[in-house]
Design a protein around this ligand. Structure first.
Ligand SMILES: Nc1ncnc2c1ncn2[C@@H]1O[C@H](COP(=O)(O)OP(=O)(O)OP(=O)(O)O)[C@@H](O)[C@H]1O
Length: 647
């Protein structure tokens, strides 16, 4: 870390932002957000490897364009080829006209002779302009749809992957980099088409040039190569810098979000997090700026070297043409045509070579998108799980001798754990922070598959079940819940089951969310956010009621509630716990809570400590016998007692 910090210092001018954390170790935080593996993978994707992969990538993008808008894709291809053909026709006509006009004879006769060609030139130019307008229109139509389709492909792949894939270190950076690839997918289609159009134009230019003199075309190709090579190298430097800074740029994005958005606005002010984070933002930004500036400088030098080499090579081509004329190898009339053909062909060759170079550059980013898809597909649930479906709602959910270790973790989060819960039963899971309760609930729901051991719903293991079908039988109110800027009804149902008033209101009744309905402008159809016009924001506890309503509305055979009343007031908490028994009539309930007095409602209590089951029994048994449960419970009792005696 120390050596890294000496390689890249914050840029001068940012030192005036010193804050209490401005120490040597704090200055190193920019190095926390780096993932070298991404950079190493990018470094392996050399220009030649990329060039080999390009045809497949272009084909993939074209296929996607075809799927999202056949008309526009076909239209664009036709326009680009048409533009190329018209350019070629125009070029042939111009070359013929120049040759006719420069040749000897009566000028009126020469003009008459050239007239049909001039008409062709005018018509070709007009049609090209029309095609150009069509290309702009079709591109504008296709680009956003194609980018959205690439994004959706990523989202579907991410949703289809095992939950465990999300927990892998670097996964989010991978996603971010791939997202950039999704945005430039339309460029790949554009650039491929431009290369196609330039190739069509060049065919005519090349024919003319080769007829005039066979050496001209190879010379022309040589003249364009140095610039294209420089372009690719410069683009690669920028690409590698983007990979290298991806973690830090993502952190900048997060900081921006937290500093400006409503959800963290209180802590930004009252905890003085604003100045602290702004200072950190400046330092990180300075480090990213430095990396990007270095890449830009290197790219500019490479571009300059390419331009000089290209200029020298172009001068050589023109010198060769002059020499051909001066030495009598080419007459003046042919020379006139050659000048025009050379200019047009130079444009086409540049179009092809630079277009090819741009294709390679875009290919790197799109390859990142493809890599993400391959990776997500490699961890797809369809690959790791079976396709069995349940004939009805399961009766029994069982964890058998399960061990679980998160990817990248040094030790198991659960070891040799067994637990069983039947419909009609409430099982409470308790234990200190980090003891493995949430992890065990994820395994019981089939969200994670065990590292060893098995989780069975009736007689089928979660590894054998088709997950999306299985989850129709599970409802989860997680500890970290999701609330979306949707209406209350949508936040509860997520578009599933009976979305009618009666069913939704019954779930509201069970969760205690009914109380808050009179305060909502449009009842169930109130938009729950203050970020959009007309929306209404809920309090923390009100949101927790919504999350519980969501779980109750699903009427699933398995109901898992992780800290379901942490944000609720005493009345609301009482409402939930007194209603649990009636909910458990046709459900198996797993309840995770730190409020140990509440677990009296459970039929059985399972106590976890450091990933192992250390106690199991009823409330009456566990409050009597010595052990972890009784000591935690006694502490809570004592705290409550002390508080009431002070009062
Ligand atoms: N996504 C994850 N990736 C890696 N490790 C994790 C992840 N989630 C949890 N862990 C680790 O697994 C262990 C158990 O965590 P878990 O969240 O299951 O505990 P818990 O008992 O629910 O804690 P709490 O009472 O604080 O909610 C902890 O050591 C934690 O660091």
């Amino acid at each position: 870390m120390t050596s890294a910090s000496t390689q890249e210092q914050p840029t001068p001018g940012t030192s005036d932002t010193s804050t209490p954390d401005d120490t040597d170790s704090a200055r190193d935080e920019e190095f926390l957000y780096r993932d070298k593996s991404r950079l190493q993978a990018g470094a392996q994707m050399t220009t030649s490897t990329m060039a080999r992969r390009l045809p497949a990538l272009v084909l993939r993008s074209l296929k996607m364009a075809w799927q999202v808008d056949r008309g526009a894709t076909l239209g664009l291809l036709a326009c680009q080829v048409g533009t190329g053909v018209l350019a070629a026709v125009g070029l042939l006509a111009v070359t013929g006209t120049i040759t006719a006009l420069i040749s000897s004879g009566d000028i009126t006769a020469r003009l008459w002779e050239a007239a049909p060609r001039l008409a062709v030139i005018a018509a070709a130019a007009g049609l090209r302009a029309l095609l150009g307008i069509s290309v702009t229109w079709l591109t504008a139509r296709l680009r956003p749809v194609l980018a959205r389709a690439a994004e959706l492909t990523m989202i579907e792949a991410a949703l289809g992957a095992e939950l465990a894939a999300n927990n892998k270190p670097g996964y989010n950076d991978f996603y971010d980099i791939a997202d950039r690839g999704a945005q430039v997918t339309p460029d790949l289609v554009d650039e491929a088409q431009n290369v196609l159009a330039a190739t069509a134009t060049l065919t005519a230019g090349a024919t003319v040039l080769t007829v005039l003199h066979p050496a001209l075309l190879p010379l022309l190709l040589l003249a364009c190569l140095p610039q294209a090579a420089a372009y690719v190298r410069a683009a690669r430097v920028v690409y590698l810098a983007a990979l290298e800074t991806s973690g830090r740029r993502r952190m900048l994005h997060k900081l921006r979000w937290h500093m400006a958005y409503v959800e963290s606005s209180e802590e930004m002010r009252a905890c003085l997090a604003g100045p602290f984070l702004t200072s950190r933002y400046r330092r990180l930004a300075a480090s990213v700026n430095a990396a990007e500036r270095k890449a830009a400088d290197t790219g500019a030098w490479m571009g300059l070297a390419g331009a000089v080499a290209g200029g020298v090579a172009s001068a050589a081509v023109w010198a060769a043409l002059l020499w051909l004329l001066a030495s009598g190898h080419m007459n003046l009339a042919a020379g006139g045509g050659a000048v025009f053909a050379l200019q047009t062909a130079t444009g086409s060759v540049r179009g092809i070579i630079n277009g090819g170079a741009r294709l390679v550059r875009t290919g790197w980013y799109v390859q990142d998108w493809q890599n993400f898809l391959d990776n997500a597909h490699g961890q797809a649930m369809t690959a790791s799980r079976g396709t069995k479906t349940l004939t009805g709602a399961p009766e029994r959910f069982e964890v058998r001798d399960v061990t679980y270790r998160y990817d990248g973790a040094g030790e198991d989060s659960l070891s040799g754990v067994s637990l069983r819960v039947r419909r009609g039963e409430i099982v409470a899971l308790v234990g200190e922070n980090g003891s493995g309760k949430s992890t065990l609930s994820r395994l019981l729901c089939g969200l994670l598959l065990p590292t060893s051991g098995e989780v069975a719903w009736d007689h089928t293991t979660t590894a054998e079940l088709e997950p999306w079908e299985a989850w129709k039988h599970a409802a989860l109110a997680p500890q970290k819940y999701t609330y979306l800027p949707l209406t209350l009804r949508d936040n509860i149902t997520f578009g599933q089951g009976d979305t009618g008033d009666a069913a939704v209101l019954a779930a509201c009744e069970a969760s205690g969310a009914m109380d808050m309905l009179p305060g909502l402008r449009s009842g169930l159809d109130t938009l729950l956010t203050s970020e959009w016009y007309g929306g209404q924001q809920l309090s923390g506890g009100q949101w927790q009621r919504v999350v519980l309503t969501r779980a109750f509305h699903r009427k699933a055979a398995l109901l898992v509630m992780d800290e379901p009343t942490a944000a609720l007031d005493a009345r609301a908490e009482h409402h939930i716990f007194t209603g649990l028994r009636s909910l458990a009539k046709d459900r198996a309930i797993l309840l995770i809570t730190h409020r140990l007095a509440n677990v009296a409602v459970a039929d059985r209590i399972v106590v976890l400590d450091q990933g192992r089951v250390v106690q199991e029994g009823t409330y009456a048994q566990l409050t009597r016998e010595p052990g972890l449960f009784r000591s935690l419970w006694a502490l809570q009792q004592r705290t409550g007692g002390e508080a009431s005696s002070r009062a």
